[in-house]
Design a protein around this ligand. Structure first.
Ligand SMILES: [Cu+2]
Length: 485
C-alpha cells in the first residue's frame, strides 16, 4: 500500500538487460539527445512495469507543463520526444495481475499490467503510438473518445486490418481536445476486454481552460470486472452479466490503494467504465460535481452538487470536490453486490432460519457443511473458513475498529492536514478527535411492544424452532456452476 519511488523501480528494472535503458528514464522523460541508442532507433524501447504499487505522478520535463494524474495501483507510460512528436510504445501481452494480496489473475494487458499504463499528453500534441502485439491472436487499439483521422480509430476490419500476432502497428494523430479518454481493443472485444485489455488516456488542456480548473490531486480509476472461479486464475470470457470480481484498475478491495490527499486540496477523480453494467460511484462526507464527461468538460451552468454519480457502460466521468473534511471517507460503487468479492448469487436467504439440530444431521451426510447467513452475512467477513488456494475473500479489509466487510469496488479518500503536497503515500488510519466517534449507549433501552408481533421473529435474536425447512445443502468446493465460497 505504499507508493514506490520511481527511482527504485528504475533501479530494479535496470538490473534486467531488457530494460537497461529505463534507468535513464527516471522522472519519465527521455530527452532525444540524452539517450543516443534509443533516440536513434526507429521506435522507443518498451517500458515494462509489473509492480501493483501506485506510482507517483510522472512530472513532464519536456513539452508543455501540466499537473500529472495518479492512476491507483498503476502507472503512467513514459515517452520520448522525437522531432516534436511524443512517441509511446504499447505492448499487448499476457500478464499476471495480483488483484489483491493472495489472489493473482492471468490476464491480458499492456506493458506488464492490466490495465495498461495511463497515457498523458497535452491538447495540441502530435502523438505517435507503436503497438506491438504479443498476444496469441490479432488485436487493435481503439482510442475511445478521441477526435482523429478515421483510419486511426482502431476498429478491426472497418478502419484498419487487425494487428497480427507478433507484428507492430503505428497510430499517429493530434490530441485535439482535452479530456478523459480510454483505450481498448476493437478486435475480438468480448475476449480481450474480459481478459483486462484497457487503459486510460488523459489529454491535459493547453494553458488555462475556461471549463477546466486546476486541481491539486488528479486520480484515475478504470472500472472493470472479471469472472474467475475461486481457486482458478483465468477469467471466464463467456460471462455476460454474472461477474464475481468487481474491480478498479484490475484490483479489488482491500487491494485498492486509498486516495490520499491534503486537507483543502481540490481533488479530481476520473472514472471510466469498461464493465457490462453501470456503477453508481458514491463518496462519503463531501459533495462533488461532475465537471467532465466523455464529450469533454461540462458547461458550468450544468453542474450541481451530488454524492453519487452513475457511470454507465463505456462512459467516462470526472468528479471534483474540495477535500475540506478530515478523515477516512469511503468511496465505492453503491451496488452492494459490487463491494463483495467472489461469491455465488444462488445462496438462499437464511436470515431468521434456525439451524439448531439441523447442522448436526447434515454434517453426517456432508462433513464440512457450514451454515451461511443465519444472522446475515457479516459473520462471513470474520469467519476463518477454508477457501481454495488463490481465492479472494468475499468481504474483508481491516479498519481500525475491525473488519470493514467490503470487497470489490471500494476504497477510501484519506484527507489529512499534514499530508504534504505531492505526497501520495498512505497516512494510515484517521486519528479521530476525542468524542467524535459513534459509541455504545449504556443506559436502559425500552422495548417496543411490536417486538412481540407476528413477523418480528425474523429480526429477533431469539431462536424459534422452524418447521418444514427445505434444506438445499451446498458443499463448498463441490463441482457446481456457481462460484460461492
Ligand atoms: Cu458497481
Amino acid at each position: 500500500m505504499k507508493v514506490t519511488d520511481q527511482r527504485q523501480l528504475a533501479a530494479a528494472a535496470a538490473q534486467r538487460r531488457d530494460f537497461l535503458k529505463f534507468a535513464s528514464m527516471t522522472g519519465g522523460m527521455v530527452a532525444a539527445a540524452g539517450v543516443s541508442r534509443v533516440a536513434m532507433s526507429a521506435l522507443p524501447e518498451p517500458v515494462i512495469q509489473t509492480s501493483t504499487d501506485t506510482m507517483p505522478p510522472l512530472v513532464p520535463e519536456t513539452g508543455r507543463p501540466y499537473n500529472p494524474v495518479v492512476t491507483l495501483n498503476s502507472w503512467t507510460l513514459p515517452w520520448r520526444m522525437k522531432n516534436g512528436v511524443k512517441e509511446f510504445h504499447l505492448v499487448a501481452e499476457p500478464v499476471v495481475r495480483e488483484m489483491t494480496p493472495g489472489f493473482k489473475a492471468h490476464l491480458w494487458g499492456y506493458n506488464g499490467q492490466s490495465p495498461g499504463p495511463t497515457i498523458e499528453v497535452v491538447e495540441g500534441d502530435r502523438v505517435r503510438i507503436f503497438v506491438t502485439n504479443r498476444l496469441p491472436e490479432h488485436t487493435s487499439v481503439h482510442w475511445h473518445g478521441q477526435r482523429l483521422p478515421n483510419g486511426m480509430d482502431g476498429v478491426t476490419g472497418l478502419t484498419q486490418p487487425a494487428i497480427p500476432a507478433g507484428k507492430t502497428f503505428v497510430y499517429e494523430f493530434m490530441a485535439r481536445r482535452p479530456g478523459t479518454f480510454m483505450y481498448h481493443p476493437h478486435a475480438d472485444e468480448m475476449t480481450q476486454m474480459a481478459m483486462g485489455m484497457m487503459g486510460f488516456w488523459v489529454t491535459h488542456p493547453k494553458g488555462n481552460h475556461p471549463l477546466i480548473d486546476p486541481v491539486d490531486r488528479d486520480f484515475c480509476i478504470m472500472l472493470n470486472a472479471y469472472d474467475i472461479d475461486p481457486g482458478s486464475y483465468t477469467p471466464k470470457i463467456m460471462t455476460m452479466l454474472d461477474f464475481n470480481l468487481w474491480s478498479w484498475n484490475s484490483r479489488i478491495f482491500p487491494g485498492i490503494d486509498s486516495l490520499n490527499v491534503r486537507h483543502n486540496d481540490r481533488v479530481r477523480i476520473r472514472v471510466g467504465n469498461l464493465t457490462m453494467t453501470n456503477h453508481p460511484m458514491h463518496l462519503h462526507g463531501h459533495e462533488f460535481e461532475v465537471t467532465g464527461t466523455d464529450g469533454g468538460p461540462t458547461p458550468k451552468g450544468s453542474r450541481w452538487p451530488e454524492v453519487t454519480a452513475d457511470v454507465a457502460v463505456g462512459q467516462m466521468r470526472q468528479i471534483e470536490f474540495l477535500a475540506d473534511e478530515e478523515g477516512d471517507w469511503a468511496f465505492h460503487c453503491h451496488k452492494s453486490h459490487h463491494t463483495m468479492n467472489a461469491m455465488g448469487h444462488d445462496v438462499p436467504t437464511l436470515i431468521g432460519v434456525d439451524h439448531t439440530g439441523l447442522t448436526k444431521k447434515i454434517t453426517q451426510l456432508i462433513p464440512d457443511y457450514m451454515v451461511m447467513g443465519e444472522r446475515g452475512m457479516a459473520d462471513m467477513a470474520e469467519m476463518d473458513m477454508p477457501i481454495p488456494e488463490n481465492t479472494a475473500r468475499m468481504m474483508t479489509g481491516e479498519g481500525q475498529f475491525g473488519s470493514v466487510e467490503m470487497g470489490g469496488m471500494f476504497s477510501m479518500v484519506k484527507v489529512r492536514k499534514n499530508q504534504a503536497r505531492g505526497d501520495y503515500s498512505d497516512p494510515g488510519f484517521y486519528d479521530h478527535p476525542k468524542g467524535t466517534v459513534a459509541y455504545e449507549f449504556e443506559g436502559e433501552v425500552p422495548v417496543a411492544s411490536r417486538s412481540n408481533d407476528a413477523g418480528a421473529s425474523a429480526m429477533s435474536p431469539v431462536h424459534k424452532p422452524s418447521k418444514d425447512i427445505e434444506v438445499k445443502a451446498r458443499k463448498p468446493g463441490a463441482a457446481s456452476s456457481s462460484h460461492e465460497h
